[in-house]
Write a protein that binds this ligand. Sequence first.
Ligand SMILES: CC(C)(COP(=O)(O)OP(=O)(O)OC[C@H]1O[C@@H](n2cnc3c(N)ncnc32)[C@H](O)[C@@H]1OP(=O)(O)O)[C@@H](O)C(=O)NCCC(=O)NCCS
Length: 373
Amino acid sequence: METKCEVKHGLEGVAVAISSISYVDGEKGELIYRGFSIEDLVEYSNFEETAYLIWFGNLPNENELDFINAMLTKKRELPKNIIRLMYLFPKNAHPMEVLRSVVSVLGMYSSDNNSTFEDAINLTAKIPTIIAYWYRIKNNFSLIHPNEDLKHSENFLYMMFGDIPQEKELFDKSLILHMEQGMNASTFASTVTASTLSDVYSIITTALGTLKGQLHGGANEKVLMMLEEIRTIDYVEKYVNDLILKRKKIMGFGHRIYKTFDPRAKILKKWLNEIKEEIRYYKIALKVEEVVLKNFKGKKIYPNVDFYSGILYNYFNIPKDFFTTIFAMARIVGWTAHAMEYCKNNRIFRPRSIYNGPKNLDYKKIKEVKING
Ligand SMILES: CC(C)(COP(=O)(O)OP(=O)(O)OC[C@H]1O[C@@H](n2cnc3c(N)ncnc32)[C@H](O)[C@@H]1OP(=O)(O)O)[C@@H](O)C(=O)NCCC(=O)NCCS
């Protein structure tokens, strides 16, 4: 007889772990990492310090920060054979497909010392290089190799474009916003892989495959596609109303946990407001937000992080199909922190499904089955 259990569609309301990494208050619209509000972290911190905080649970002192900087800096370059391999990929491959594939291949190049943290640092250091190299290979540009004098995020912008924009700090801070967010879909998927005691490369390959979906990290690219399609403010109302009539999802809106404005979207919107020059698609986005909020009054559907992040990345000249890879470049910190935390008190994930198919069917050999007609 089957044990009785209840299906929680989409695991809504189910907790699968106890964690001290981040806290989300979906009603108030609050997000904290290890006790610090993201508002404070984007104000005072940077990628390296926040990564240290998320991994180790406390802000680094100077020695600890030097250690993390040195580790991240020296592991940036990719093995030559992987670079050669990347030149063989079809140029129209999606950057998330490339990232997922290269991370998986990197697993073959890892040392056998089985240190999850070293592998986590190795991938965190190399992901920006994979993204930037693919951007340059895809566009037939020569590669720009990592520069050890530059910080994590500015080195990424340098490897992409050959120069570093004035607003480099804004880009760095946007990574902080994307670093961690509790037991979201990709973190859960990667924690499942971690719970089987698999390796970090497999854990992150799982996470990347999950993040790519448009209901998760892939939404940022879809938002920009929508804004491009809308093109003018006058068309917003009709466009959004048509989507609602057809019961289609509006990308960049809604969240399983946030039932008010996503605090990350709020911060991104504030930054976009503060940039003096006109930002492409921003006015259209504001109008989309207005129309969506009007239509969904009372339904608690608000902009999420992916609604405004694409507009910022577009401002940095990052092509839209690369947006989700930028998300991944930051979220690797959260994924690896959760994998390490969960494995300290590991139990393999093994939920159930409730069978509703037939039973006791008579097996007929293929020769005995009569073909109709
Ligand atoms: C994020 C998301 C997947 C959360 O999903 P969820 O918690 O399972 O919520 P549901 O999809 O069940 O939505 C609940 C209700 O709100 C509606 N809804 C939620 N998000 C919506 C959106 N973006 N556009 C239109 N309707 C939306 C659903 O249609 C559903 O309505 P119903 O009760 O009348 O059927 C969902 O809001 C979504 O698909 N958003 C768009 C993709 C996106 O921006 N993803 C990035 C998330 S950070």
